[in-house]
Design a protein around this ligand. Structure first.
Ligand code: PGA
Length: 253
């Protein structure tokens, strides 16, 4: 169990219409909205963002947006800027989720620009990194993660580093039901933490989350690892009972 504050975040991806999103938000507000000993966040789809933000008002649960462009404004049909994300009332933004990298072709450098733009407007970026199954099998896990960290945080000042969250999400574990073992995850998390410590003074204090098929049944053993500070949850965050159970995970302490 790390000494850093636990952080449990739900990425709702392209799921939920407004009514269902509000029901989920309201349910979370009731069940875990007062858990001040941990950070809790949700990333609803854009269409439901305002409704969920309102449903969570007065709770400790923060609301973020799943991606944003680094440009302040412009002809980018379908996209939103970091400034618009703040304007909508969000405090967090995901940067470089593997689905954005793979489906939408976001490069390491573009993700780095998003992180810089997010910090510039006061958002807390969650920088997502992680290797594919081919990269893991070719023993390139750390090479890939280090490259994504280096580019993702390239433009971030030492001071601003403290406002970043890193999420290690092995691509092969996302939405597949295959979870990295606590040992596999801890191994990469320890390397990420050592890298962050070298990158900036106090870098070792950043929250480093694990993502990839986290469920109520495996969250506690993942969280028991020294360098795993939380979870970024997809599928299991879509159900109020399962995400509440993840948020309330029992650290056994
Ligand atoms: P999953 O997704 O929990 O459904 O594997 C995690 C993520 O994409 O952040």
């Amino acid at each position: 169990m790390s000494t850093r504050k636990p952080c449990l975040a739900g990425n709702w991806k392209m799921y939920k219409n407004r009514a269902d999103a509000v029901a989920l938000g309201t349910g979370l507000h009731d069940r875990v909205g007062d858990q001040t000993d941990r950070d809790v966040a949700v990333f609803p789809p854009l269409t439901a963002f305002a409704d969920v933000r309102d449903a969570l008002e007065g709770s400790i649960i923060e609301v973020g947006i799943q991606c944003g462009r680094p440009e302040a404004e412009g002809a980018f049909t379908g996209a939103v800027s970091m400034g618009q994300i703040v304007d909508a009332g969000a405090t967090l933004v995901l940067c470089g989720h593997s689905e954005r990298r793979q489906i939408f072709g976001e490069t390491d450098e573009e993700v780095g620009s998003q992180v810089v733009a997010a910090l510039a407007v006061g958002l807390r970026p969650y920088l997502c990194v992680g290797e594919t199954i081919d990269e893991r099998q070719a023993e390139k896990t750390w090479e890939v993660v280090e490259r994504q960290l280096t580019a993702g945080l390239a433009g971030v000042s030492d001071e601003d580093m403290a406002r970043c969250v890193v999420a290690y999400e092995p691509v092969w574990a996302i939405g597949t039901g295959l979870t990295a073992t606590p040992e596999q995850a801890q191994d990469v998390h320890a390397s990420i933490r050592a890298w962050l410590a070298k990158r900036a003074p106090g870098g070792e204090n950043l929250q480093v989350l694990y993502g990839g098929s986290v469920k109520p049944a495996n969250v506690a053993e993942l969280m028991a690892s020294e360098d795993i500070d939380g979870a970024l949850v997809g599928g299991a965050s879509l159900d109020v009972e399962s995400f509440s159970a993840i948020v309330r995970f029992d650290s056994g302490e």
